[in-house]
Design a binder for this molecule. Structure first.
Ligand code: ARG
Length: 588
């Protein structure tokens, strides 16, 4: 990349001037009239050079020394100094021409070929969705599904080996209660026939808790059933499996609607129950490694708490204690996470990254978990990543007033479809693509850890920052290309062909930033960078389209140039959307 060359040259110049180990920043100036790249190197280092001691003067010296070197960097067209000493660089139109022509010709996957080579041995496990059996698939799980899938796609684009896992909540003491409830009040045949079997199971589970208030003894019955389940009792196991099958069927239909899949454990993901027989090994490691006598050196220890449960205590109460074993010896969510992460360490041969996409409300828990896994020597800081998501805030009265009640995802999806259909009633075949695109975009356009306002009108608006808006820009650009009959234009290699006007240059400049945007979004686990980029791209394309004729441009050079730009835009929008898990309809 050009910026790497600039970085190298300016670093050398500063070293020559006496700076030991210069670390430079390069940014895109917010005002594009200032060029394509900018560095504050002179402001950073002037103080360290007493002879110069003036950023503006240092900037002048750097630029003087840089000028002769620039003949080897033909991508740079202009260098200038601005304000107190910023050095700004503008890229040559010839550079943009080469890049945009390449983009228009290649498959978008190829844009990342160089990165992919560097990354081909890197492994990332992205764990997302992770709903709970016999419980509703919540909005939180929807967010996890959408965001996790996008993060996995970004890494895949960059050539990483990506493992998509789903940590289903399919084990735990709650299954004892559920089994008791099914046996006591439930009717399996009726539930099997029900349209919403999970709702029935949830009702039974709620009933258990209501009854337990009146008659606490049934808590013991629940525990006993879970014990049976753990011991492999046939009846308990069958009932549990029945709940799993009912739930999985419903989850699968949601995943089908959303176009989501997983790669691990035959596409089901390694749910909590997979680790049932793997927990004792992990607990043994905790016992040995975190023995109380080694607390000072480790920073934490594993011991029995006052009531007989076993917990990890952090020195100086740096973090609250983390329970690993209940007093009756039952395992917990955390126990299974330890087993999971130990399993991952071995199975994937120490993966470079493990991402848990889980709601922000579990932040403290993941801090505890990661800390312990570092102490155990399993993972290094930064290797474990909690990608947090915030909540949905519903603008819609109907939804926000369902106090305490969960919002069923299936209802949200069907409402999205109804509204998408109303948007273009004559085109039923695109309803699904628009509805799901709108839902996903609404989620991915803002920083994951923020709460998002859920407003149906905004979600499906054709004017604002919405999925349908970007889809529509893509569809329109595609139809222009169809009109231009692709084979009729070839990239403008004529001398004057690439004298771009402002609108073209603005578009070209933005197109050229696609690869770095994907890299940024992946490295920060932040798909919103890509969404903002795509929105801006759609806008810049629309400006070009509204200002200049494309197919019937004033001359053949302009026509070719704009068609090449349109071609690159279509590829980038379509592929960029696909990385967010959003499809582009053929027409709209
Ligand atoms: N099933 C959990 C829940 O619904 C999320 C699991 C997250 N992943 C994990 N490894 N703990 O809250």
């Amino acid at each position: 990349m050009v910026v790497d060359l600039l970085n190298k040259q300016i670093t050398l110049i500063l070293k020559e001037l006496g700076i030991a180990n210069p670390q430079l920043n390069f940014e895109h100036p917010a005002d594009e009239n200032h060029g394509d790249w900018s560095t504050n190197a002179a402001l950073q280092y002037a103080k360290q050079l007493p002879d110069i001691n003036n950023p503006r003067k240092l900037a002048e010296i750097i630029v003087e020394k840089l000028k002769p070197l620039l003949k080897d960097i033909p991508e740079i067209w202009q260098v200038s100094i601005a304000g107190p000493g910023f050095i700004n660089f503008s890229l040559a139109r010839e550079y943009f021409r080469t890049e945009i022509v390449k983009m228009s010709e290649k498959a978008p996957q190829e844009y990342f070929a160089k990165k992919a080579k560097e990354n081909k041995n890197r492994k990332v496990i992205v764990e997302y969705s992770s709903p709970n059996i016999a419980k509703p698939f919540t909005i939180g799980h929807l967010r996890s599904t959408i965001i996790g899938d996008a993060v996995a796609n970004l890494y895949e684009a960059l050539g990483w080996q990506v493992y998509r896992d789903n940590h289903l909540g399919d084990w735990g003491t709650q299954f004892g209660k559920l089994i008791y409830a099914i046996k006591t009040w439930g009717n399996q045949e009726d539930i099997d026939k029900s349209k919403q079997p999970i709702k029935e199971l949830v009702t039974l589970y709620v009933k258990f808790h209501e009854e337990a208030e009146k008659n606490p003894n049934i808590e013991d019955d629940g525990r006993a059933w879970f014990k049976k389940l753990e011991e492999g009792d046939d009846e308990a196991h069958q009932l549990w499996q029945w709940c799993i099958d009912l739930s999985w069927k419903e989850f699968q239909s949601i995943y089908g609607e959303l176009g989501i899949s997983f790669t691990e454990n035959n596409g089901r993901g390694f749910g909590e129950s997979y680790f049932e027989d793997k927990m004792s090994e992990a607990v043994d490691l905790l016992e040995t490694k975190l023995a109380p006598e080694k607390a000072v050196e480790n920073g934490a220890h594993y011991a029995e708490g006052e009531d007989g449960a076993k917990l990890i205590f952090f020195n100086n109460e740096e973090l609250p204690p983390l329970m690993v074993m209940k007093k009756d010896g039952a395992t917990l969510y955390a126990t299974r996470d330890f087993a999971t992460d130990y399993f991952r360490l071995k199975k994937y041969d120490n993966p470079d990254l493990i991402v848990n996409e889980v709601g922000a409300e579990q932040s403290l828990y993941f801090q505890q978990l990661y800390k312990v896994e570092e102490i155990l020597g399993w993972y290094k800081p930064g290797q474990r990543v909690h990608v947090k998501h915030g909540l949905y805030r519903f603008k819609d009265k109907k939804m926000s007033t369902r106090k305490g009640n969960v919002i069923w995802l299936a209802d949200v999806i069907s409402e999205a479809k109804e509204r998408a259909e109303a948007l273009s009633p004559d085109k039923k075949h695109i309803t699904q693509t628009i509805a799901i695109g709108a839902l996903k975009w609404n989620d991915l356009r803002s920083e994951t850890n923020r709460d998002i306002v859920f407003d149906w009108d905004e979600l499906l608006s054709m004017k604002g920052n919405s999925g349908p808006y970007v889809q529509y820009a893509t569809v329109r650009a595609k139809s222009i290309l169809r009109k231009a009959a692709l084979e009729e234009f070839s990239p403008g290699y004529g001398d004057d062909a690439w004298k771009m006007n402002t609108e073209e240059l603005n578009l070209a400049r933005h197109l050229d930033r696609f690869v770095e945007t994907v890299q940024l979004a992946a490295s920060e686990f932040a798909p919103h960078h890509l969404a903002s980029y795509l929105f801006e791209l759609a806008q810049r394309f629309n400006v070009l389209y509204n200002t200049h004729k494309i197919v019937t441009a004033e001359n053949s050079d302009a026509r070719e140039r704009r068609c090449v730009l349109t071609q690159a835009t279509v590829k980038t929008l379509e592929y960029g959307l696909s990385l967010l898990g959003i499809q582009t309809p053929e027409e709209m």
